[in-house]
Design a protein around this ligand. Sequence first.
Ligand SMILES: Nc1nc2c(c(=O)[nH]1)N[C@H]1C(S)=C(S)[C@@H](COP(=O)(O)OP(=O)(O)OC[C@H]3O[C@@H](n4cnc5c(=O)[nH]c(N)nc54)[C@H](O)[C@@H]3O)O[C@H]1N2
Ligand SMILES: Nc1nc2c(c(=O)[nH]1)N[C@H]1C(S)=C(S)[C@@H](COP(=O)(O)OP(=O)(O)OC[C@H]3O[C@@H](n4cnc5c(=O)[nH]c(N)nc54)[C@H](O)[C@@H]3O)O[C@H]1N2
Ligand code: SF4
Ligand SMILES: [Mo]
Length: 734
Amino acid sequence: MSEEVKKAVCVWCKGECGVLVHVKDGRLIKAVEDPDWPRKVYPRTRACPRLKAAKEWFYHPERVNFPLKRAAERGENKWQRMSWTEAFDEIAERIQKIKDAFGGEAIVHTQGTSYREEYPLRARFFSQLGGSPTYAGASNICFMPRSTMANAIVGMFSHYSVGPKSKCIVLLGAEPLNARPINAQVIRDAKKRGTKLIVIDPRFTRSASLADTWLQLRPGTDCALLLGMIYVIIEEGLYDKDFVEKWCHGFDQLRKHVKRYTPEEVEKITLVSSEKLREAARIYAGNRPGAILEGVATEQSQNAGEILQARWILAGLTGNIDVEGGEELTGPHPTIISCREVEPGIRFSPEQQGKQIASDRFRLLSWQGQRIITENMKKVWGKTTGVPSVSHGPSMYRTILTGKPYPIRGVITMASNPMVTQPDTKLIYKALKSLDLYVVKDFWMTPSAQLADYVLPSSSWLERPILWDFCGYDRYMVSGEAAVPQTVPGEYEHKTDFDFWRELGLRLGQGDYWPWKDLEEYYDARLAPTGLKHKEYVYTVRCEHKKPGYKKYERTGFATPTGKVELYSTVLEKLDYPPLPSFKEPTESKVSNPDLAREYPLTLITGGRTREFYHSEWRQIDSVRSRHPDPLLQIHPETAAALDISEGDWVWIETRRGRVRQKATLFDGMDPSIVHAEHGWWLPELPGEEPWLHGVWEVNINVVIDDNPDICNSITGAWPLKTALCKVYKVKKY
Ligand SMILES: Nc1nc2c(c(=O)[nH]1)N[C@H]1C(S)=C(S)[C@@H](COP(=O)(O)OP(=O)(O)OC[C@H]3O[C@@H](n4cnc5c(=O)[nH]c(N)nc54)[C@H](O)[C@@H]3O)O[C@H]1N2
Ligand SMILES: Nc1nc2c(c(=O)[nH]1)N[C@H]1C(S)=C(S)[C@@H](COP(=O)(O)OP(=O)(O)OC[C@H]3O[C@@H](n4cnc5c(=O)[nH]c(N)nc54)[C@H](O)[C@@H]3O)O[C@H]1N2
Ligand code: SF4
Ligand SMILES: [Mo]
């Protein structure tokens, strides 16, 4: 047969690039940039190392192609092939056994990054199981805090909504030039038009090199910095008086509250000079409309909730909300049934819902906060995006170990790799090893999969249709850019995640809840209100972005309890949190713990994105790995010299929790007291059996990071990934 070329959208990272997939005789030949794709990204799609490696990835000899069952003790890396029917039957039986002995909540789920579109299907499975509302993963530190806080303060969310009208962009703990190819292009274009760019980052990033002003703050002090900006904007009268008067709730309380955050006081905390802070506040308030693009550093902080709250207060004060080029608010898609809407967490009985781990403690993202937000949203938008509630991973792993408040005996891990991406790896390891049942569905034998009883092969985006609706937010859904057909017929025994939940559900008496026989039928059902089938949708709607209009609040009010932008948050107050944000010093810093800092004098930031890897993925793909063979620790040349460390030396990074090694690379774009380690590292080339577990104890920075619930942000549950105290020294012999 001749070669076929199919249009698709790559979802291997946040580029969402239009691609052409070449297929011959049912085999993938290559995937390349689609020259007709209307939206450009930076770096260009054609330069993407992952896309170039598509075939290498797809047919890699180490890919898991058949269901596997453990054939020896856990961690011995001995496996036996089995059929899917056997796998489903056995797993369903073991789930039933756990449920009978300990209750449905004794089986939980760990989930991964947000681009796996079908993950809300787990809610369907678990609610019908009479099971656990506990799903843990990255959600407390990635995307959910920012979207939920936006929902709480302004009643909807705006995500990277800058455009030709934007006069100012603030990058707050974000580095889109590495992490977000779509937004990187938008920012470069804006810069060319003369848009002001403020970058708030302890490191001199690629974006910082484009900035009009770079605020080089001390890690973990964003909240103080933003409160300082709020102070300046209020005291210098730079705020939008009309908007504040008509549309903001709690201005007087805010004004009083920020009195203590004078630029001079804030300088002492953040180490950003008071002049620079004033300048930044004036640029931001004086160049409207503008938007703040918050990155993951805001969420991976012990001050996460307060930082995000302050960020929205700034947007409210300046009247930047729901204006073109500012923070454009988007509602739920008016017609399409979003992936979350179709899986209402509400199906859990209140009694089961109450069993969500740590939902009493970290209340904003748990069912408690989501309930308030959902009600608000419905009032204004008529429906909700179906906000899912998020459980607290660190608390969940501790529950596995203690059996308190109830036993958890089974875990299903899908599209995540907790042994690499979740902190306190030693604790995760103990917890996973102690289970009665551990199931992992992935493409690879990851360090997490090595601890499983069953490892199940998965279909990649090339082998399954996709309807990527970005959690139901209109902006993304209208674009329709990620409605993709299956482009390569599945080979071996890869199955979609949809099939996994459905087949398991069918065996556990959930027949009524799985009416669609495959993913495509499921998408057809969700697209039904548009009158289009998934197949038609793919080719009809391609990367169009219909704007939902501006200043919609003038008609409807904001979807908050007061109908206004809540500078003073009644939602947080209802959840028993302070209604106004305050700065708290990180628990590991020279200021809060000088004794510890004597032994561990450096501040460790982790996880700045690299252009090659996506979290723990791609380490086994030679063409990608050869571009970035080792994990890198950025260290200031002066610090390195004092420690006799040279470029390329292997160094130990030690915290009070242990040590791992990475290779030193000298970088003078940060304070000498800071080092920056890459995350996501394991070494697939090392043996999978214990004690190696593919090098996870050697190079995975999360081995030395803490996520004790006692130090997590009380509002969002965030664990600190950017502020640990460490010391660094040369590896003597390796
Ligand atoms: N290639 C690639 N792309 C990715 C990913 C990937 O793994 N690889 N991951 C994806 C995912 S899931 C996410 S969440 C996004 C993340 O994307 P971004 O949010 O843009 O995250 P980073 O690129 O890590 O940039 C975070 C920046 O915060 C800075 N920082 C560290 N500590 C602090 C602090 O205390 N305050 C402030 N203000 N800044 C600080 C760091 O120096 C870093 O430059 O990337 C996505 N895109
Ligand atoms: N120290 C530190 N740790 C961090 C971060 C940091 O900045 N610093 N960042 C955090 C952030 S923001 C995030 S989002 C998390 C990410 O945490 P994870 O989501 O756990 O990370 P990934 O490495 O992306 O793991 C995804 C796994 O799922 C597999 N997979 C991919 N697609 C699919 C699919 O469609 N189906 C199935 N079944 N499997 C699939 C991949 O092969 C991979 O093994 O990491 C967090 N961890
Ligand atoms: S991996 Fe990311 S940048 Fe590369 S083609 Fe896919 S979506 Fe685009
Ligand atoms: Mo993330």
